[in-house]
Design a protein around this ligand. Structure first.
Ligand SMILES: NC(=O)c1ccc[n+]([C@@H]2O[C@H](COP(=O)([O-])OP(=O)(O)OC[C@H]3O[C@@H](n4cnc5c(N)ncnc54)[C@H](O)[C@@H]3O)[C@@H](O)[C@H]2O)c1
Length: 230
């Protein structure tokens, strides 16, 4: 008897909303995942990618429940401004919440799918404070997966990172490249996220799309990014 095809997919993705450099395959998978989902939980909604994605989803007619804790990686007023366009839609609801606090997730409304972008970003800061990255990127992701399991939510997109390729000299990276040797705490937290999503896929049948983002650019990019003025 043929086994069902695996439904935990990983894609290396160069993401730019402004220049639309998502590959056709990535866009197809996104659409496949999200087209029939009316209410989507979007974590990291006040962040750079999250705020762009929220507007797109709302414009397409989805309901979006945005979650963010206004992490201090960059200034809160920037994130408040990021949310402005989404707040103009009736279908938008925002919950300020720290996903690393497991008890807080009971405040979340039921949803049909989860797009998990929330994370502490930044490679250098993760070297100085790995514990914070373990808390906000690994523990928070596990809390979210446990909440999804309890709520019987079976669709997820997870924001991984090209940083998990470490010192791999082979450019361009391939999904099949070895990612066992991350070289920063940030990278190992992203690898841990991929491992967790795969485990939940195996145990509970969750369909997961892991996207390994690489250097996204668009208006609203966070000001800590070194090439922001190019
Ligand atoms: N932008 C890129 O080029 C890039 C590259 C690789 C991977 N990624 C990943 O994509 C995702 C989005 O990136 P971004 O550039 O929009 O980052 P961002 O920092 O702008 O957005 C992340 C958001 O998550 C929120 N957050 C952090 N910890 C949280 C917690 N515990 N609970 C709730 N919210 C929390 C932050 O406040 C922030 O608003 C991240 O997971 C990041 O690691 C981004």
């Amino acid at each position: 008897m043929a086994l069902p095809a695996p439904r935990c997919i990983t894609c290396a993705t160069r993401l730019s909303f402004a220049a639309k450099t998502l590959s056709l395959a990535d866009i197809f998978l996104f659409i496949l995942f999200l087209a029939f989902m009316s209410k989507i939980l979007l974590t990291g909604a006040a962040g750079f990618i999250g705020s762009w994605l929220s507007e797109r989803l709302l414009a397409q007619g989805h309901e979006v429940v945005g979650v963010d804790n206004f992490d201090d990686f960059y200034a809160r007023p920037i994130k408040i401004r990021n949310l402005e366009k989404s707040r103009a839609f009736d279908g938008f609801q925002f919950v300020e919440m720290d996903l690393s606090d497991a008890s807080a997730l009971s405040r979340l409304p039921p949803c049909e799918a989860v797009i998990h972008l929330a994370a502490k970003a930044g490679i250098q800061p993760s070297v100085k404070d790995p514990a914070a990255y373990i808390r906000h990127n690994i523990q928070a992701t596990q809390h979210l997966l446990a909440w999804m399991q309890a709520q019987h939510i079976r669709k997820m997109v997870f924001a991984s990172s090209s940083s998990i390729y470490g010192n791999n000299p082979q450019i361009p990276f391939r999904e099949s490249d070895n990612v066992d040797y991350p070289i920063s705490p940030y990278a190992f937290t992203k690898k841990a996220g991929e491992l967790m999503t795969h485990t939940y896929h195996y145990l509970y049948g969750m369909d997961v799309l892991n996207l390994r983002f690489l250097r996204s650019m668009a208006p609203g990019k966070d000001p800590t990014w070194p090439f922001i003025n190019l």
